[in-house]
Each structure stands twice: as structure tokens, then as C-alpha cells.
Design a protein around this ligand. Structure first.
Ligand code: NAP
Length: 450
């Protein structure tokens, strides 16, 4: 076969690991990476916490494929049958399309009061502090001392940490200036992390848990109702490390630092209570118990905390892809080793990788092996896939133009990148993100000075 044309939708870690795997295969491929946003890197840019600088260094690896003439970036391209470039139109340009659009929807608790002002999913809150253009207008309501964060995963820790860190610490990160201003004005003093199971069941990774104990201005207070003393020795190392840390902290008395993160175990949210203005004022929780077989049950004992903001960090689900099957319960696209399945039968030329394929689990590096599996499926199927009617990359550009799209290509992204580095220099940070879409596009499409 001549050069295969592959479309990758989503320029986050899962999509870019797929690009790297395609290039690494040595097969002759020409790849167009499309993203809804004018900037690449997806979750690394818009999900990894701003203070996790080391984790963001993976960008150095993810950007490498764009050095090659056979790989192009096309940002600010909205796909969709209603208000974007229809998938059908895209299909004509590629042998295969790999969907790597992640899990962008927040799961819900399904409790009364969840839609009050001041009740947010972690996706919205994290996107706001990461400078995602969809959430620039979010008012995070940080004007009350109490905040509840629901969940016992690493996202709950990220949110708690960002809320509890000092604004001076956050100024050194890449948060946009308006986010920094909101954090500087924050009245938050007590972050209550509400965990529905016992200390041995948390999904935190020990390194992330340890980090909240090292924050300069924060006391971590463990409220375990005596669970730690009686917790059985867990079989896995991660849980043992978490328990050791939590037990150490449970012995510590608060030292009078300006902010506190409370880890409250065996507490499940029952309802949010609003004030007269429809704003969250209180979260009511039920004390829970975990049976020997792991079943969670309520005890009927209630407790409430005054809070002005509730962030639920209880996991994500993928947005369905128009024209492709979707499995609602798992929030993923049904697939076998990355081949999209409709009623158990592969859909020719359609593939998935990353969170949309396996669900929102694992760390960024997990996507490498996941992408390798999908790419192996693509390469195995290629000889039998029909040649696209319009394989020339110029024809794809023409299709985009015909739909009113002026894509942000790699050179344009580098202009936006340079603007962020320039803003970073003004604040004494490595980078300061540009968050508003119009500003991002203005920087990307600006004509460089001669
Ligand atoms: P997660 O690890 O799956 O944790 C979700 C948490 O929400 C669990 O503790 C779960 O409790 C709880 N939960 C679910 N439904 C609930 C409900 N109705 N009421 C109360 N609690 C509920 O998800 P995540 O924190 O969103 O993280 C997603 C993935 O990204 C994970 O693999 C994570 O490790 C990774 N990540 C990594 C980093 C890092 O490495 N620094 C940072 C962020 C995210 P149960 O256990 O009881 O179900």
C-alpha cells in the first residue's frame, strides 16, 4: 500500500502516544491530529494540576512527532453533525480514524441540591484553574471558609491542594492571571475531603497523598473514627503505604497553620442545602460502614458541614461520538483492543484509545501501552481498509475551509505558546496560560513582527 492516511481526533496524551506508535511502526503514514482547542496536549494541559510541573514535562515527548513533515496539527476544529465539521465529511480523507477524546463529562452524585450554585464537578473546577477556554467565565465562589471535596481519588487531592495552597505558591505555576487573582482573594480555610469508604480503601496514590502533608501553610487533619487503629493489613503495597501515612498524620496535632485539609472517612453525601439565594450553604453526609465483603451501607447517622462550595471528584465519563456506538454505564465506546464495535462487529476504520476506550483510569503513561494496542489493530487492518476518496492533506484543509474552519496549525500554536512564555516571564513563572478562546486565537493567528 502507498502511504496510509490516519486521522487522530484529540491531541491529548492518548492521541499523541498513538501518533508516536504509528511513526515508530516504520509504516508509511501521513497523520492529521485534530483537536477542538487551539492548543495541543489535552489532559496534560487541562487536567494535570498546575503545581505538578514534573508531570507536565511529558510534553517534551508528546510534541516530538510534530517535527515530522508527515504529521500535522489542526487545532480549533470542532467536529459534530450539528455545529461543526460532520464526521462523514472527515471520513472521506482517511483510511482510519483514531478517536482519543478522553472523558470530559463529570459524573453526578444524584443527590438533592446538586444543581445549586456552588456545586461543581471536578472537571469544571479543574478546567477553570487550568485555563480551559470553556470555563473561563466560571465563578468558583471561594468567598466562604468551608469547601467540600467529594471523592478519594487523585483528582480530589489535586482540587484540595490547589484550594489550600497559598496564592504565592500558585503564582509560580501556569494558572491564568484571573485564576490567580481569584485564589489570592480566596476566603477558604477548611477543605473537607469526604471519603465514603475506610482509610484502607482510598484510591489515592501514596506520592500524591504524601504531598498534601508537605504543604507549607496547611495542616492535614485525619478524622477516621478510630478506623486506622483497627484497619486490617491490606494486601497491596499502595494501600499499606497510604495507611502508614494516614496513621502518622492521625497522631499529629494541628500546628495552627492558616489552612486545613480534613480527611473525613466513612462519610457519604446525602444532600446539599441551599441558602435563600440558591447557593450551597451546607452539605449533609451520612456516616457509612463497609461490610467484610466490601459492601457500603449507610448507618442512618447524619452530620453536616457549612460550606460555600462543593466539588465532586467522583470520576468522569466520555462524551458520545456522533455516529459511533456508546456504552452509557461505563461511559466508553465499546471496542475490542481499540477496534470500535457495533453490536459486537468492528466498525471499519474506526478506533479508540485512552479514556474513551478503557474509562477514566490510570496515569498519563498508561496511555502509551493502550495506544500501542490500538495502533497494532489499525496496522493489522490497514491492508483491508478501503482507500479514502480524498487522501491528500490539502483536500482535508479544503473541507475544513468549506465548513468555515481556519485551523490552528503547529506554527500558529507555537505563536500562542510563545505568548504564554512571554506572560510567564512577566509573572516570574515559566508560563502563564492564555485561557479565553478569542485571546488564544488572536495570539495563534497574529502575524509575527518582521
Ligand atoms: P478515581 O481514582 O476513580 O476516584 C474516584 C473516587 O470517587 C473514588 O474514591 C470513589 O469512591 C469516589 N466516588 C465515586 N462515586 C462516589 C459517590 N457517589 N459518592 C462518594 N464518592 C464517590 O477517579 P479520579 O480521582 O477522577 O481520577 C481519575 C484517574 O486519573 C485515576 O486513575 C487517577 O489516579 C488519575 N489521576 C492521577 C493523578 C496523578 O497521578 N497525580 C492526578 C489526577 C488523576 P469508591 O472507591 O468508593 O468508589
Amino acid at each position: 500500500m502507498h502511504q496510509a492516511r490516519i486521522g487522530v481526533i484529540g491531541a491529548g496524551p492518548s492521541g499523541l502516544y498513538a501518533v508516536a506508535a504509528l511513526l515508530g511502526s516504520g509504516e508509511p503514514v501521513s497523520i492529521s491530529v485534530l483537536d477542538r482547542l487551539p492548543a495541543p496536549y489535552g489532559l496534560v494541559r487541562y487536567g494535570v494540576a498546575p503545581d505538578h510541573v514534573k508531570m507536565k514535562s511529558v510534553i517534551r515527548v508528546l510534541q516530538q512527532p510534530f517535527d515530522q513533515a508527515s504529521v500535522e496539527f489542526l487545532g480549533d476544529v470542532h467536529l459534530g453533525d450539528d455545529d461543526g465539521v460532520p464526521y462523514g465529511a472527515l471520513r472521506r480523507h482517511f483510511h482510519a480514524i483514531i478517536h482519543a477524546t478522553g472523558s470530559s463529562l463529570d459524573r453526578r452524585l444524584g443527590i438533592p441540591g446538586e444543581d445549586l450554585d456552588g456545586s461543581l464537578g471536578s472537571g469544571a473546577f479543574v478546567s477553570w484553574y487550568c485555563g480551559h477556554p470553556d470555563h473561563v467565565g466560571l465563578d468558583p465562589l471561594l468567598d466562604r471558609p468551608g469547601v467540600a471535596v467529594v471523592g478519594a481519588g487523585n483528582v480530589a487531592l489535586d482540587v484540595a491542594r490547589v484550594l489550600a495552597r497559598s496564592a504565592d505558591e500558585m503564582a509560580e505555576t501556569d494558572v491564568p492571571d484571573p485564576v490567580l487573582a481569584a485564589l489570592r482573594a480566596s476566603a477558604v480555610t477548611d477543605v473537607h475531603v469526604l471519603i465514603r469508604r475506610a482509610p484502607q480503601h482510598v484510591r489515592f496514590t501514596p506520592a500524591e497523598l504524601r504531598q498534601i502533608g508537605q504543604l507549607a501553610g496547611v495542616d492535614v487533619i485525619v478524622h477516621d473514627d478510630g478506623q486506622l487503629a483497627t484497619a486490617p493489613e491490606p494486601p497491596d503495597k499502595r494501600a499499606r503505604q497510604n495507611l502508614a501515612l494516614l496513621s502518622e498524620w492521625a497522631q499529629r496535632a494541628p500546628t495552627g497553620k492558616p489552612r486545613r485539609i480534613h480527611l473525613r472517612f466513612l462519610r457519604s453525601p446525602l444532600r446539599l442545602v441551599g441558602d435563600r439565594d440558591g447557593r450551597v450553604a451546607e452539605i449533609v453526609v451520612e456516616r457509612t460502614a463497609v461490610d467484610a465483603d466490601g459492601t457500603l451501607r449507610g448507618t442512618g447517622e447524619h452530620q453536616s458541614f457549612p460550606v460555600g462550595l462543593v466539588v465532586r471528584a467522583i470520576g468522569y465519563a466520555a462524551r458520545p461520538i456522533p455516529g459511533l456506538p456508546f456504552d452509557e454505564p461505563s461511559g466508553t465506546v465499546p471496542n475490542a483492543a481499540g477496534r470500535v464495535l457495533r453490536d459486537g462487529v468492528p466498525v471499519p476504520g474506526a478506533y479508540v484509545t485512552g479514556w474513551i476506550k478503557r474509562g477514566p483510569t490510570g496515569v498519563i503513561g498508561t496511555n502509551k501501552a493502550d495506544a500501542a494496542e490500538t495502533v497494532a489493530a489499525v496496522l493489522a487492518d490497514l491492508p483491508a481498509l478501503p482507500a479514502p476518496p480524498e487522501p491528500d492533506p490539502a483536500a482535508l484543509r479544503a473541507t475544513l475551509r468549506a465548513h468555515g474552519v481556519r485551523p490552528v496549525d503547529w506554527t500558529a500554536w507555537l505563536r500562542l505558546d510563545a505568548e504564554e512564555l512571554r506572560r510567564g516571564g512577566l509573572r516570574g513563572a515559566e508560563r502563564v496560560k492564555v485561557a479565553a478562546l478569542a485571546e488564544m486565537l488572536a495570539a495563534a493567528h497574529s502575524v509575527p513582527a518582521p
